[in-house]
Design a protein around this ligand. Structure first.
Ligand SMILES: [Zn+2]
Length: 211
């Protein structure tokens, strides 16, 4: 008997994957890949991923005008771009725009854009060409951060900061050789390094590379 009654039942449909649910509360907690992509739309790594997806089309196709977030969310490259966006956030990439342009110009595969070795390669070229005021701004931000953590005056960062930490900041582009060479404290810092530390940072501050 019951099977013959054709009840008109309301269902709730997920607008992303079109699955239907009997209860609205089930739809609310339902998760699918596309829904997740829209929910994370504004996370910083995802936003950077989307911006660079657009940049990719601008540079390779001449325009990204027709591209929307929907296109991005259903793109085969979505995951690679988000991975790249997260990499930029976590590694504090110093100039994402220039870096993306460099990756495209050098025909680097999008799947590899989040690899450290590419970013290091970029830094070893870009750091010698960048605007000195950008280098100065970053150095200032890093020394202020150090001052906050240690309670020391920020101008003492290169002189009294932990040399290994500073070497790491040089290698990750946060402290430019330009700043090191143009300050007394930077010279003192260089003199205090052992040969191992110097070898690590050499390609990032190589004095012969400066024009
Ligand atoms: Zn769904």
């Amino acid at each position: 008997m019951a099977g013959t009654i054709n009840k008109l039942k309301q269902t709730y449909k997920c607008k992303y994957c079109e699955r239907e649910f009997a209860r609205e509360s089930t739809l609310d907690v339902h998760v699918c890949e596309q829904k997740k992509r829209f929910q994370h739309k504004n996370d910083s790594g995802n936003r950077i991923g989307f911006q660079n997806y657009l940049k990719f089309y601008e540079i390779t196709q001449g325009s990204a005008k027709t591209k929307t977030f929907d296109d991005f969310a259903t793109s085969a490259y979505y995951k690679a771009f988000v991975k790249y966006g997260n990499y930029c956030v976590n590694s504090k990439v110093i100039n994402i725009s220039r870096y993306t342009e460099w990756l495209l110009k050098n025909n680097k595969k999008i799947d590899n854009w989040h690899h450290d070795n590419l970013y290091e390669q970029f830094l070893r070229e870009y750091l010698f060409r960048e605007n000195s005021s950008d280098a100065l701004t970053r150095a200032l931000q890093n020394s202020i951060e150090w001052a906050k953590q240690t309670g020391n005056p920020s101008e003492h960062f290169l002189r009294f900061g932990n040399p290994n930490q500073i070497c790491h900041l040089i290698q990750s582009g946060q402290i430019s050789g330009w700043v090191v060479f143009n300050s007394d404290s930077g010279h003192e810092f260089l003199e205090s390094l052992n040969s191992e530390q110097l070898a690590i940072i050499f390609d990032y501050i190589n004095p012969d590379q400066w024009q």
